[in-house]
Design a protein around this ligand. Structure first.
Ligand code: ATP
Length: 932
């Protein structure tokens, strides 16, 4: 490795040629199950086996066409199931690619963020806490860097890495602590990880609760079908004394009618379409099953920074002992300046006074000294305000040194690379005329104690090159940092910190926090024992000199206000869980309309440590407005656990490494796509591409809609199946052959019903879905009222179909007790009419199924164009099967006359009447409303 490359990285030309040589930094994913096995897995289903057995019986009974069609349908079904499953899996892995890790590398002397796939050997990468290591390499520089290598070694205790003894790092492992730089040695399949190529992505195979419920239901239906078919066979053959072949075909028809053939594929498609819709809304769901869980969310635990706020920090005020500074200029552009009030001065008014005071007293009264400066005229401070300058220099040096962010100017737009809080601190220092590179040159970095969300501070030990003095600089949450300070700086003086002074300082920060400002305190000290390679935390973070507080704004996200209103309407509770100051969080929450001004509880991490689990349970269960502030990730986990114990369905956001356990424990773990660490993204079920709270709410509503729509088509499909069974059973009572042949039943179940079902799955959001409390997760779809509903519709469908069948027989001379030959034209005609009326009843029923309570006449007819297209297709298919002679041999159908079609169409509208009456009663007399 060339020496030059270590500081500047590769040039883009070098990188491009290396990329050609070594290829993309990718692990070729091994297909877990061969496609053919995935296809055959479709045949494991009990219901499918029943169909295959039915086909075998049809063959035995000499009905080769029936048998072949059943087999054809089984294969078609398996293909649909397989293709849909495959497509869904592909769609999810494509979405996952959107989350593919980025790498921070040095190229052409600057740090840039690139897709990890573009890494090449020789690249210098910058590693931070939470990063997934993107390639194999060697550590060049480290600050207490620790790496979780469990994925390779199984050892879950993170390993300390350094540039000497233990410098090798491996792709796929994760930085759990610290930061540093490394040089890439191997990429892609040449890495250790590539060699074993064990890509773990099993989770998306997880089935949703609804899918599991349906699998159980499938087994149940399967068993019932077997028993029914057997009983019918026995009755028909032994009691009624019918032909063996007739009874076998009867049993086959029953088996086919009872099995909802089209359902599994429809559910997979509905979920997969849902996942795609969510992706469009910026919510990337990693498992199909999460879509459903999302819909039942009752509580959202949200971070503040970045989720409720923009995470665009600007230091606005600085408190430096006797000096109160207002910082001018917004964003990361280092332009603006400082306006300073010196409250400790004697009467003296500078000529530039009169601009925005901090509010202690008006400068015009002459009580305060006031002056302004910016990066151009900063140097004059050394003469005019030497005491202030000395204080300011130390504070700004802390800002610059204790910082891993970088200001980037691209096409005259300023942005940052790294943590926005640190970016804001850098910008402030630059606005005050301190140049980052110059400060870095003055000091040699010796040791860093990185920031972590538990400690809420970061420290740095440096050696001043000119004097050889060893200094410690610390920045962090003021309430945590103050106890570590023994003195405070006031201009060029040092004042011991007593209890009153500490109290006063905390009050000052509270006042800032109350105005939604995020506060970071800075402190420093000289370390008396120089020239050590490593200092203990206690040696660094004790007896510090308090320099002051930087207060930054982080404006709330505009779109969140609307989203919060929706959560209120939808009965979803929102808890803020933040590492920030409670008052800052409260001020933001108030601005967003999340909490009221009074009666809000702010529970801090410290308080949480003191209260028992039972009390916390009591607290969260009561639904009080609560902000959890200054909490650590461990507290977060405890809150999530407690909420789950209280029976809530919890969605939790997180971005840090330590958030991973909470994300994994939550029902829906939500990671931040922009600011989130790779570790958090991996632990989450859903990733927000835009980090916004609004997207969570949109996703929940989408989840509710998808679930609701699945209920709609399950209702629709089961009405049809029950209808078919009832039609068959009613004719048994009359000792007649089945009104529908197995083949026609299959046509309905897999052709004419499937497209309207799919169209129901994309029904638009109905307004009242947002105004209802969340669904209870323990209530299954197949609960009493739901079953009664499809039984009623099924009963009507079945009886009407049977009536049409029998009616046509009677009209053609048949009388009760008479025989009907299943090869006769009369039977073909009657069965065709039964098939047509059942299909048409179902087509009318699609409209009924759009809502559980709302009248068809109150819903917009053209709202769902897919529905109209699907119905047109199904009716078209029915007409074709009936009217085109080619199909007659296969389906045993017969062409009907216009008047027959007309009569059947009129009869089918009775379906509307039945459901309208039921809906009327449900709307007016039912006590509990379940759904729209
Ligand atoms: P949320 O959890 O809502 O996103 P947050 O981002 O404010 O909140 P943390 O990042 O854990 O939570 O920050 C908690 C506190 O730690 C902040 O209020 C601040 O005082 C301090 N802090 C934040 N970032 C840094 C940093 N880079 N260096 C030192 N202290 C920091």
């Amino acid at each position: 490795m060339k020496e030059k490359n270590l500081t500047t990285g590769l040039t883009s030309v070098e990188a491009a040629s290396l990329l050609k040589k070594f290829g993309l930094n990718l692990i070729q994913e091994k297909r877990r199950t061969p496609l053919i096995l995935q296809f055959f897995a479709q045949f494991k289903d009990l219901l499918v086996i029943i169909l295959i057995v039915a086909a075998a019986f049809a063959y035995i009974a000499g009905e080769k066409i029936d048998g072949s069609i059943i087999i054809g349908i089984v294969i078609l079904n398996a293909s649909i199931g397989f293709i849909q499953g495959y497509k869904a899996e592909k769609a999810i892995s494509a979405l996952k690619k959107l989350l593919s890790p980025k790498a921070r590398v040095k190229r052409d002397g600057t740090e840039i963020l690139i897709d990890a796939t573009q890494l090449v050997p020789g690249d210098i990468i910058i590693l931070n806490e939470g990063d997934k290591i993107p390639a194999d390499g060697h550590i060049l520089e480290d600050h207490d860097i620790r790496v979780d290598e469990a994925i390779l070694t199984g050892e879950s205790v993170p390993v300390r890495k350094d540039s000497q003894k233990n410098k090798k790092i491996f792709m796929g492992t994760q930085v759990t602590h610290g930061n540093g730089q490394a040089v890439v040695m191997q990429t892609g399949m040449h890495t250790e990880f590539g060699k074993i190529a064990r890509l773990t992505s099993e989770t998306e195979k997880d089935k949703s609760p609804l899918q599991k419920e349906l699998i159980h239901l499938g087994v149940f239906v399967g068993k019932i079908t077997l028993v029914l078919s057997l009983v019918l066979f026995l009755i028909g053959f032994f009691i009624q004394g019918r032909e063996l072949i007739d009874t076998i075909l009867f049993a086959v028809a029953v088996a086919v009618a009872a099995v909802p053939e089209g359902l599994p594929a429809t559910i997979t498609v509905a979920l997969a379409l849902g996942v795609q819709r969510l992706a469009k809304e910026n919510a990337i769901v990693k498992q199909l099953s999460s879509v459903e869980t999302l819909g039942s969310t009752t509580v959202i635990c949200s971070d503040k920074t970045g989720t409720l706020t923009k995470n665009e920090m600007t230091v606005q005020e600085i408190f430096l002992g006797d000096y109160d500074v207002t910082v001018r200029g917004i964003g990361y552009e280092p332009k603006g300046g400082f306006s300073v009030h010196h409250s400790g001065a004697k009467e003296k008014v500078s000529p530039t006074s009169g601009r925005g005071s901090i509010g202690l007293a008006s400068p015009r009264l002459g009580l305060l000294e006031y002056f302004e400066f910016d990066h151009e005229n900063q140097k004059k401070l050394t003469k005019e305000q030497p005491a202030f300058y000395q204080h300011l220099e130390l504070a700004m040096t802390t800002n610059i040194l204790n910082n891993n962010a970088k200001l980037v100017n691209k096409d005259d737009t300023w942005s940052i690379l790294g943590d926005p809080t640190e970016g804001a601190l850098l910008t402030a220092a630059e606005k005050a005329g301190f140049v980052t590179e110059e400060i870095h040159k003055k000091y040699e970095r010796i040791q860093e104690i990185p920031f972590d969300a538990g400690r809420k501070r970061m420290s740095l030990v440096v050696k001043e090159r000119a004097t050889g003095e060893v200094l410690a600089f610390t920045k962090g949450a003021p309430d945590g940092l103050l106890p570590l300070c023994s003195h405070m700086m006031k201009g060029d003086k040092m004042v011991p910190l007593d209890a009153t002074l500490r109290e006063e300082l905390l009050k000052r920060t509270d006042l800032m926090a109350n105005r939604a400002l995020r506060t970071i305190a800075v402190a420093y000290k000289k370390i008396s024992v120089p020239n050590k390679k490593h200092y203990e935390e206690k040696e660094i973070e004790s007896n510090l000199i308090f320099l002051g507080v930087m207060a930054m704004i982080d404006p709330p996200r505009e779109e969140v206000k609307e989203a919060i209103k929706l959560t209120h309407k939808a009965g979803i509770r929102v808890f803020i869980i933040t590492g920030d100051h409670g008052l800052t969080a409260h001020a933001i929450a108030k601005e967003l309309g999340l909490v009221k001004s009074f009666g809000v509880h702010i529970l801090t991490g410290e308080m949480l440590d003191k209260i028992s689990d039972e009390k916390l349970l009591d607290f969260v269960a009561k639904g009080q407005e609560t902000i959890f502030a200054r909490v650590s990730p461990e507290h977060k986990l405890r809150i999530v656990d407690t909420l789950k114990r209280a029976g809530e369905v919890v969605a939790v956001t997180g971005d840090g490494v330590n958030d991973a356990p909470s994300l994994a424990r939550a029902d829906i773990g939500i990671a931040m796509g922009i600011t989130g660490t790779d570790v958090s993204k991996e632990a989450a079920n859903m990733v927000l591409a835009d980090d916004s709270f609004k997207t969570i709410v949109t996703a929940i509503i989408e989840g509710r809609t998808i679930y609701e729509n699945m209920r709609k088509f399950i209702f629709f499909i089961f009405s049809s199946n029950i209808g078919e069974l009832i039609a068959i059973f009613s004719t048994i009572l009359l000792a007649l052959p089945a009104p529908l042949t197995a083949v026609l039943i299959l046509m309905i179940n897999t052709l004419t019903d499937v497209f309207p079902s799919l169209a129901l799955s994309v029904e638009p959001v109905h307004k009242d879905i947002l105004e209802r409390p969340p669904r209870k997760t323990n209530v299954r779809i197949m609960e009493g009222a739901f079953v009664r509903r499809f039984m009623l519709s099924g009963l009507w469908i079945g009886l009407t179909t049977a009536a049409v069948f029998v009616g046509n027989l009677i009209a053609n001379g048949w009388s009760f007790g008479g025989n009907v030959d299943i090869e006769s034209t009369l039977y073909f005609e009657s069965a065709t009419m039964a098939f047509v009326v059942l299909t048409l009843l179902q087509m009318v029923h699609v409209f009924n199924s759009r809502s559980e309570t709302i009248s068809v006449f109150k819903m917009k007819f053209f709202e769902n164009p897919s529905l109209l297209a699907a119905i047109s297709f199904s009716i078209g298919a029915t007409v074709a099967i009936v009217q085109i002679p080619f199909f007659h041999t296969y389906f045993k159908t017969m062409a009907l006359t216009w008047s027959q079609w007309g009569v059947l169409a009129i009869i089918s509208f009775s379906m509307l009447f039945v459901e309208e009456v039921r809906k009327f009663f449900q709307r007016n007399y039912a006590t509990a409303r379940i759904s729209s």
